[in-house]
Write a protein that binds this ligand. Structure first.
Ligand SMILES: Cc1cc2nc3c(=O)[nH]c(=O)nc-3n(C[C@H](O)[C@H](O)[C@H](O)COP(=O)(O)OP(=O)(O)OC[C@H]3O[C@@H](n4cnc5c(N)ncnc54)[C@H](O)[C@@H]3O)c2cc1C
Length: 389
């Protein structure tokens, strides 16, 4: 296949990038996603978002996915709709597995790329001018005895089972982690009629917004701060967990062990950017714990150290859906600027519009990150820039 812009990952960042690139006049945009449904994490987020009205405040994540998808499918000029639907194609159940250089003329400085996409039945090679890697994040695992017993899940997996497929993971859940994800998923489990027997948190305070903590407390879920999980108990699957208190140095306090009956242990212990493709493609990687671990170095326009590869969303550093959408816009518009801006004799003013969108979205991101919850990201992005300069 051939396309102008290939977007890897159809979450909020990828969809927003595809919409922007297409609206600014890129002829062909291909979005690939390894899931059977587009929308990334949004399709399981039944809760309403916080933030400003301009940024989907009060709208449920699942509805944001619907809004983005309908924008993707409409609003384009009839003349632009001839090639394939509206010029955007979405390939689902398709994993990008490798990024390689190619050049028809043998000149690699031409910067064309081939991306290998594995579908259920074949391996497709996609030739493209620009790539946006918006592959999201992976859930962090924890080290404790028996942590491979069936019944131990990441919180995102539990949310997918319950909210997307309507499948209960078990009857009694112990949640590990009191950040927003741990609190929100606990609340949603209770809404689905699944008991949450407790939330444990290694820090000496609750990690997420107090409004979420108050909601789960009102439901009677105990929150154990300064506690961690020591062991999962069970022969063939989880039957209980042993938790233990931690001192100020994060060492276990012997004698404080408690056994808690549960058949699910749900880990909400943070996310790490999904950056394997960026590593493999040869992008310069930097370790910034504030952004969740290794990320591809990138500039404000989200261009990596390889000119034709861009990043957006959680794969560029862990944040949230609104910043993912804004980053998608920047990455999409940057690709347009790159592809059309240098084209001699161009007849559209798209590069100018692209530049305006880039600058507006950068300003919005700065504003969005100016509060206390953006501090970590701002520090991480600064550190990343300094590490390679
Ligand atoms: C449980 C949970 C609750 C959350 N609640 C909130 C909230 O209330 N408010 C908020 O703002 N944020 C919330 N977030 C965070 C928010 O969902 C993410 O920050 C946001 O979805 C990131 O968007 P993204 O597009 O970067 O990645 P994702 O939404 O993760 O999308 C990435 C997509 O890439 C695809 N993909 C990955 N690798 C490949 C590959 N190699 N080939 C093809 N496809 C690939 C995946 O299938 C996925 O669809 C929550 C996150 C979680 C896990």
């Amino acid at each position: 296949m051939e396309t102008d812009v290939l977007v890897i990952g159809g979450g909020p960042a990828g969809l927003s990038a595809a919409i922007t690139a297409r609206e600014l006049g890129i002829q062909q945009v291909l979005v690939v996603d390894e899931n059977p449904l587009p929308g990334g994490q949004l399709i399981k987020q039944t809760h309403k978002f916080f933030g400003s009205r301009h940024h989907f405040c009060g709208v449920r994540g699942i509805d944001i996915a619907v809004l983005l998808l309908s924008r993707l499918k409409q609003g384009l000029q009839p003349t632009q709709c001839e090639a394939r639907d509206n010029g955007i194609e979405i390939l689902l159940n398709a994993s990008a597995v490798g990024i390689y250089d190619y050049s028809r003329s043998g000149d690699l400085s031409h910067n064309g790329k081939i991306v290998s996409i594995a579908t259920e039945s074949e391996l497709i090679q996609v030739h493209c001018k620009r790539i946006i890697v918006s592959t999201g994040a992976q859930e962090n695992m924890l080290n404790f005895s028996n942590n491979d017993l069936p019944g131990i899940y990441g919180a995102g997996a539990v949310q997918t089972l319950v909210n997307v497929y309507g499948v209960p993971p078990g009857k009694k859940v112990l949640m590990v982690g009191s950040g927003n994800i741990g609190l929100i998923v606990s609340y949603q489990l209770m809404q689905a009629g699944i008991q949450v027997v407790g939330i444990i948190e290694a820090l000496n305070k609750i990690g997420g917004y107090l409004v979420h903590a108050a909601k789960v407390r009102r439901l009677g879920i105990p929150i154990y701060i300064s506690h961690t999980i020591k062991e999962a108990i069970g022969e063939k699957y989880v039957e209980a967990a042993v938790i233990v208190e931690l001192n100020a140095q994060w060492n276990e306090i012997s004698g404080t062990e408690q056994k808690i009956e549960c058949d699910v242990i749900c880990l909400a212990c943070g996310l790490s950017p999904s950056t394997e493709l960026l590593h493999q493609a040869g992008c310069k990687m930097v370790y910034t714990p504030e952004m969740g671990g290794y990320v591809a170095w990138h500039n404000e326009r989200l261009q990596t150290s390889i000119d034709s590869i861009y990043v957006a969303g959680d794969s560029s550093g862990i944040e949230e859906a609104v910043t993912a959408i804004l980053e998608g816009r920047i990455a999409g518009a940057s690709c347009v600027y790159d592809i059309l801006g240098s084209r001699a004799g161009r007849v559209t003013d798209s590069p100018l519009q692209a530049e305006t969108i880039i600058q507006q979205s950068i300003d919005e991101l700065h504003q969005f990150r100016s509060g206390p919850f953006g501090e970590k990201t701002v520090k991480g992005k600064k550190k990343m820039t300094n590490l390679l300069s």
